[in-house]
Design a protein around this ligand. Structure first.
Ligand SMILES: *Cc1c(COP(=O)(O)O)cnc(C)c1O
Length: 401
């Protein structure tokens, strides 16, 4: 690194092609071809086909949960969940999450009520949840918690609160597939949990997701909401949708599940090489999952403290982008600043001090199949060089803006 100059200061970019942050698992072509041939031979594209059934069985075993209900994507899974749980009025959820978490509530005609998160772990903060439960007593029908960054939120505390105040509790676990808490797989807590199998996630169906629950009645409802016709015994539900997972999606998910241990092991190697490379850089803190006994290492998330690091998060993003490293400001802006919520909760930024601060400081670095350990070592060296050359970079960026 010392031999080459940062691209932002006029050097050559580290990567020739842009390097994205997502997992982007692609199975071996031959295996994919075999799976697709099976679909063609059976002439069965969708509607609870054999591959979807197989995937559901395997997920139930893997996650140690009675029902894994596969769906087109996690967003529709969350929308179906809000409907099946009979949520109404307000549901408490963090503003520091992906927009789909809150949008699923909006689709279900429920108002998201934003709570704050923990400054170190970034997980939903139970005290902030209880404040809202008290303040909006009688109006809150549920808590939609998020398990973030391959880690888990304080589930026991949230379960206690849900019981105490008589509200539903469910989880957006899009970040935490394959994680374990006290050696138990994440997936069976609260009323239900929703996973995403989007291409950027650790288990990929290209697009996809599943809803997990141990509640037989709720599972039956969810299955009927999922399919507007066929597949499964009839249950009267208020609304149906089309959340069916196709056979092609299930085929990719099954191959991804076969490779899952290797995918996580690769992530772990990359994560550890980041950890070594970033260690001791003043003002830069790598978020390390701590509530789980096992993580999926799905995300490399850094908190940038401008005063110590010498550059803002946005300036560091600029430095990386010049190297063709597409680091992402995840989550920026917070949901409390997004349409339509910004106008609904004009005072939200005052009530969410931690969220507000994190949205300006957090940066996600690449991990997954697109890079290897030597790439992550080099990316970490770029970050270190950015710290070493902070003043020079600042001057350069300020002039060019
Ligand atoms: C990816 C993600 C979703 C949405 O998942 P899709 O399968 O793309 O609909 C929801 N919540 C969080 C926290 C996510 O990261």
């Amino acid at each position: 690194m010392s031999s080459r100059e940062l691209a932002v200061l006029g050097g050559k970019s580290l990567f020739d092609q842009p390097v994205p942050v997502g997992q982007l698992y692609f199975p071996e072509w031959e295996k994919y071809e075999t799976a697709m041939r099976g679909i063609f031979d059976r002439q069965y594209y969708t509607n609870q086909g054999p591959l979807v059934c197989q995937l559901e069985t395997r997920l139930q075993e893997f996650l140690n949960v009675r029902h894994a209900i596969c769906v087109t994507n996690a967003t529709i899974g969350l929308m179906m969940a809000a409907d099946a749980l009979g949520l109404h009025d307000k549901v408490i959820t963090p503003a520091y999450t992906f927009i789909a978490t809150a949008q699923s509530l909006s689709w279900a005609g429920v108002e998201p009520l934003f709570c704050d998160v923990d400054p170190l772990t970034h997980q939903i903060e139970p005290e902030s949840v209880e404040t809202l439960l008290k303040q909006y007593a009688g109006e809150v029908s549920g808590i939609l918690a998020v398990n973030l960054w391959g880690d888990a939120c304080q589930q026991v505390k949230l379960e206690y609160l849900a019981k105490k105040y008589g509200v539903k509790l469910y989880f957006d676990s899009a970040h935490s597939f394959g994680c374990e808490i006290d050696e138990n797989p994440v997936g069976a807590a609260g009323d239900l949990e929703v996973f995403s199998f989007h291409a950027t996630k650790v288990l990929s169906a290209a697009e996809g997701g599943c809803i997990c629950t141990n509640d037989d009645e709720l599972a039956a409802h969810l299955r009927n909401i999922r399919s507007s016709y066929g597949a499964g015994s009839f249950r009267a539900v208020l609304r149906t949708s089309n959340g069916r997972m196709s056979e092609a999606q299930a085929a990719v998910a099954l191959l991804s599940l076969d490779a899952f241990q290797d995918i996580v092991a690769r992530n772990e190697r990359i994560f550890n090489s980041y950890r070594e490379g970033l260690e001791g850089i003043p003002g830069l803190r790598l978020i390390t999952p701590g509530a789980v006994s096992k993580t999926n290492y799905q995300y490399v998330v850094c908190d940038v403290d401008e005063t110590e690091f010498g550059l803002t998060r946005d300036e560091l993003q600029h430095v990386l982008s010049a190297e063709n490293v597409l680091a992402r400001r995840y989550f920026y802006p917070g949901l409390h600043r997004c349409v339509p919520y910004a106008s609904q909760f004009p005072d939200a930024s005052d009530r969410l001090p931690v969220t507000e601060r994190l949205c300006g400081r957090v940066l996600q670095l690449p991990i997954g199949q697109v890079i290897d350990e030597s790439d992550s070592r080099e990316i970490a060296m770029i970050v270190r060089a950015a710290f070493d050359n902070a003043e020079k970079i600042r001057q350069k960026l300020r002039v060019s803006v």
